[in-house]
Write a protein that binds this ligand. Structure first.
Ligand code: HEC
Length: 169
């Protein structure tokens, strides 16, 4: 017996109680619009992940950046969990609207996010660096279709005067 049949039956047997409204409220309600989700949830987590490992070169030489304490490694792993679960937030019907590429990119975010968690859990700076690149490809993979003005997810907004001029050496 399907759910609707059960409801109909309940409606017949308990006319006052069960008939008022047979429509289900939506299971999930998006609190943020897509832009806010990017700015407040996804971008900060991605930045935390990208900034965790790298190399800075200055006049004093080359400095390797990598997490050094258990707390720092935990913060990298937490950022990766946020990215992985954000893929599910992107799949909410309000946001996905049945769009095929959107759904594929959201699922990729879950998959890549989980592998980013594994890289952080293994405390392997090179693995975190490599997964950072894969995360970036998922961001740009979706933006290339649905947010062409934000092709590079860590870029300044279009027209921002601080944007470096690519023609300048
Ligand atoms: C499934 C699609 C999708 C994925 C995956 C995605 N984005 Fe976005 N992103 C969008 C869309 C759509 C917008 C434009 C939102 C708007 O302005 O309405 C956007 C906009 C942005 C913006 C600009 C917000 C602004 O100030 O206007 C940033 C920053 C951003 N995304 C970061 C990221 C990062 C970082 C990742 C990867 C970790 C990512 N996005 C992955 C769809 C996606």
């Amino acid at each position: 017996m399907r759910l609707n049949d059960v409801r109909l039956l309940a409606c017949l047997l308990l006319p006052l109680a069960a008939c008022a409204d047979t429509r289900e409220p939506p299971a999930f309600v998006a609190a943020a619009d897509s832009r806010q989700l990017m700015v407040s949830v996804i971008e900060p987590a991605a930045e935390a992940y990208w900034d965790a490992v790298g190399v800075i070169m200055d006049e004093e030489g080359t400095h390797e950046i990598e997490p050094r304490t258990p707390e720092e490694w935990a913060a990298v792993e937490n950022a990766a969990w946020v990215l992985a679960e954000s893929g599910n937030l992107l799949l909410l019907e309000d946001r996905a609207q049945g769009r095929g590429h959107w759904i594929a990119m959201s699922r990729s975010m879950i998959e890549v996010g989980r592998r980013a968690v594994d890289a952080a859990a293994s405390k392997d700076p090179q693995a975190v660096f490599d997964m950072g690149a894969e995360v970036y490809f998922v961001c740009t993979g979706c933006h290339a279709v649905y947010a062409t003005e934000t092709l590079r997810p860590n870029a300044l907004p279009a027209g921002d005067p601080r944007t470096p001029d690519p023609r300048r050496p």
